[in-house]
Design a protein around this ligand. Structure first.
Ligand SMILES: Cc1cc2nc3c(=O)[nH]c(=O)nc-3n(C[C@H](O)[C@H](O)[C@H](O)COP(=O)(O)OP(=O)(O)OC[C@H]3O[C@@H](n4cnc5c(N)ncnc54)[C@H](O)[C@@H]3O)c2cc1C
Length: 533
């Protein structure tokens, strides 16, 4: 949908982008690259003081580094790689960000030798442990339509024993699924990533960035956008969007802003366009320290409030409550650890058989919190000194009592989280030598899996909601056929869809690569399942 031709007498159209995450940053790049919009006519409003949204990376070796998460990519992130191919590397003349990812993954490829740990030992041989009934239930899930699965959870579709299989330990921790999440999402994931199944036990086929995603992706993107004159407003919350509906359709006519406690109104006129990121998986994240747990997270936050306000007025904006009303079921907790000596890394490299950065997630199946850790390739931060070592972990069930601390993870300080980890590794007295002096930053994310909650038709707004003339919805909570949420690709694909639809310029996104339609892929997947892993 093109919002109308531009005439030479028209004032230049301004493009307002709500949110400073990758969905908005990708929109800005595509407006410049594909639609010929001058960067100075693009304004990005971000409520926090940092751009990049969930793609974060912060801290120092002394205070400890922080990443809320680490991103796994895979080769069919077509929109993401197309986008990254347009942004020059900050490190190597002549390379772009896609080249950098290709180069890094040629140097450091993933093949885990220790995906699961049970009773302090690696699980070997590692098998899926699926029964004939589990396979039949999987088959049934795959053949049902999304309409038939509306509002149903994964536990509605599988026997309770499925959730104790090593397949589920691996699947749920790789992608952060809970048994109560939506069956529609699991079905999409099974179909979207079926080509990964033969290497799944070893996490093969996963691609990573050289540094954390703020340093590897967001920094060079921000440099490029700044060079093109894009204007960033951090510390600016968009509290509302005024709309009018007439025979012509639905238009945003003003944005209401809150900047340092002061309300402002921005008029949207002529051929201006608005791109709205609605909802956020990292909204209201809270941080703890070595000695304190993260504060109990509060519900709400700017990203959810704007969506709720719009949806309360017009059903084309879907139902944010489906995703954001139950933080007890959408939260989990991660932790970032900075060490000043290599002892723990050396221990884990010997224990797993993987050099840091080549193994990926290690999950402790006995852990009540369902703890997993990842040792990144070092350095993981651009300014990380040689004597600093950074790893990350998370617990999918932070409300349960830990096996060794006896406390809910959400109530544990960073030191207590390390005590729990040391217990699962059976470190005993060596734990002080290996982990002593660590800086730990726990991070509670109340909305981290909100995108996965059971949903039905109309819960997610379309990228171009019905009747929309001058605006689009981008990010994790709009509807895109076939693709899967909790990915960077989904946000970038939404941006590409929105820019093409609103401006009529550039190309629409390529279709999602349907490897589940490829007989050879299906044969390999079926063989893997029947072999048991
Ligand atoms: C722990 C973790 C692990 C992950 N693992 C992977 C992975 O392995 N692979 C993968 O591909 N992806 C992964 N992801 C997902 C990926 O990071 C996200 O899908 C993606 O970054 C979302 O980008 P976004 O721009 O759509 O939304 P967000 O990152 O949520 O950004 C939205 C931004 O908009 C701002 N905002 C929203 N509303 C307003 C408003 N009204 N006013 C002002 N500002 C507003 C918010 O403050 C936020 O900064 C992971 C994410 C996390 C947190």
């Amino acid at each position: 949908m093109n919002s109308g031709p531009l005439h030479s007498t028209d004032p230049p159209a301004v493009h307002y982008l709500v949110g400073g995450g990758i969905a908005s940053l990708a929109t800005a790049i595509l407006l410049i690259r594909d639609a010929g919009v001058p960067g100075r006519h693009i304004r990005i409003f971000e409520q926090s003081d940092t751009l990049g949204g969930s793609l974060d990376g912060a801290g120092t070796p002394d205070t400890g580094y922080l990443v809320r998460g680490g991103r796994m990519f895979e080769p069919y992130f077509a929109c993401t790689f197309d986008l990254l191919g347009s942004i020059p590397s900050m490190d190597t003349e002549g390379l772009n960000l896609k080249d950098e990812i290709d180069r890094f993954n040629r140097e450091v490829s993933n093949s885990s030798h220790c995906r699961l740990v049970r009773s302090g030992r690696k699980v070997e041989p590692l098998r899926f442990g699926l029964t004939a009934r589990d396979l039949r239930d999987m088959g049934r899930l795959l053949t049902q339509s999304e309409a038939a699965l509306a509002q149903r959870s994964i536990e509605d579709c599988f026997a309770p024993s499925f959730f104790n299989t090593d397949f589920w330990f691996m699947w749920s921790t790789t992608f952060a699924f809970q048994s109560w999440h939506g069956a529609i999402e699991l079905r999409r994931y099974f179909r979207r990533f079926v080509h990964l199944l033969p290497g799944f036990r070893r996490l093969e086929g996963i691609l990573r960035t050289r540094y954390n995603q703020y340093d590897a992706l967001i920094l060079p993107i921000l440099c490029w956008l700044q060079d093109h004159g894009v204007r960033f407003g951090t510390g600016v919350q968009v509290t509302d969007a005024r709309m009018t509906r007439d025979a012509d359709g639905l238009r945003v006519t003003a944005l209401h802003l809150l900047r340092e406690g002061v309300e402002e109104e921005v008029e949207i006129s002529g051929h201006d366009r608005v791109f709205l990121t609605l909802g956020s998986m990292t909204e209201h994240s809270t941080l703890g320290s070595n000695d304190t747990p993260p504060p109990e997270p509060a519900p709400g936050g700017g990203a959810w409030e704007l969506w709720q306000r719009l949806a309360a007025r017009d059903p084309v904006f879907g139902r944010p409550g489906t995703f954001g009303n139950d933080i007890e079921r959408t939260k989990w907790e991660s932790f970032s650890v900075t060490l000043r000596n290599p002892a723990f890394f050396e221990y884990m490299e010997a224990f797993t058989g993987n050099a840091a950065g080549t193994g990926g997630l290690v999950t402790f199946t006995d852990s009540q919190w369902l703890l997993s850790i990842v040792l990144f390739r070092q350095p993981h931060f651009r300014d990380q000194p040689e004597d600093a070592f950074v790893f990350w972990g998370y617990g999918l069930h932070p409300q349960r009592r830990g096996n060794f601390t006896g406390k809910a993870m959400s109530q544990c300080s960073g030191n207590e989280i390390l005590r729990e980890l040391a217990g699962h590794l059976h470190l005993g007295e060596t734990s002080e030598v290996l982990l002593g002096g660590a800086q730990v930053i726990p991070c509670m994310m109340p909305y981290i899996t909100s995108q996965f909650m059971p949903r039905g038709p109309g819960d997610r707004p379309a990228v171009i909601p019905e009747g929309a003339r001058n605006f689009a919805v981008i990010g994790q909570f709009c509807e895109l056929p076939d693709d899967v949420v909790f990915t960077v690709e989904y946000s970038v694909r939404s941006a590409r869809t929105a820019v093409h639809a609103l401006t009529g310029q550039g190309n629409p996104p390529p279709p999602v690569r349907r490897t589940d339609h490829d007989p050879a892929v299906l044969m390999r997947a079926a063989r893997t399942l029947l072999r048991g892993g």
